[in-house]
Design a protein around this ligand. Structure first.
Ligand code: SAM
Length: 163
């Protein structure tokens, strides 16, 4: 499979999983977290599909164009290894959707990083909330959920509390 195919499958899967998580949590109150702004593509989409929700973006180096950058009060600036710890004090277990797309080209590095941040993400998710990730996560309690039909297995991961 070409790198182009892998990239397209990741984008299609991100959109499918985000749409699925937004629909499944529609009635829930609580913030939405975007981990990793990048060029703001997924943030822009999340704002469209969850317009009524408070979306906080965690990013250490925001460089997206203005129409894809959150307002200052919705941007949590810094390394997620610190800001996620602070977020638990500030928000508690209230996040209805957490989307993580923090990785780069090095898949081994991404996996090590996913292991490191999994215990920081896990306590933030509200009961009934959905966690969408581009990398496999390593949670103690949250379980991996079935992907929506239009997502490609291995290109996106979905997690939630055990029912
Ligand atoms: N989903 C985004 C989009 O659609 O444009 C792409 C995100 S990009 C792949 C990853 C982003 O995560 C980068 O902007 C990078 O600066 C950020 N990032 C990576 N490691 C981070 C860390 N430890 N703390 C905060 N941000 C981090």
């Amino acid at each position: 499979m070409s790198r182009l195919d892998v990239f397209i499958n990741r984008m299609v899967s991100q959109r499918a999983c985000l749409n699925h998580a937004a629909a499944a949590t529609k009635g829930l109150r609580g913030p939405v977290f975007e981990l990793g702004l990048g060029n703001g593509r997924t943030f822009h989409h999340m704002r469209e599909i969850m317009a009524e929700r408070d979306i906080f973006v965690f990013e250490r180096d925001p460089t997206a164009q203005p129409d894809s950058t959150p307002s200052e009060d919705r941007l949590i600036l810094g390394d997620v290894r610190k800001t996620l710890v602070d977020a638990l004090t500030r928000f508690g277990p209230t996040a209805t959707v957490v989307h993580a797309d923090l990785g780069g080209q090095d898949l081994r590095k991404n996996d090590v990083f996913a292991k490191e941040i999994s215990p920081l993400v896990e306590p933030l998710l509200a009961k009934g909330g959905f966690m969408v990730s581009s990398d496999r996560m390593y949670f103690a309690e949250l379980e991996e959920l079935a992907l929506p039909p239009d997502a490609i297995p291995g290109r996106c991961f979905l997690y939630g509390h055990r029912s």
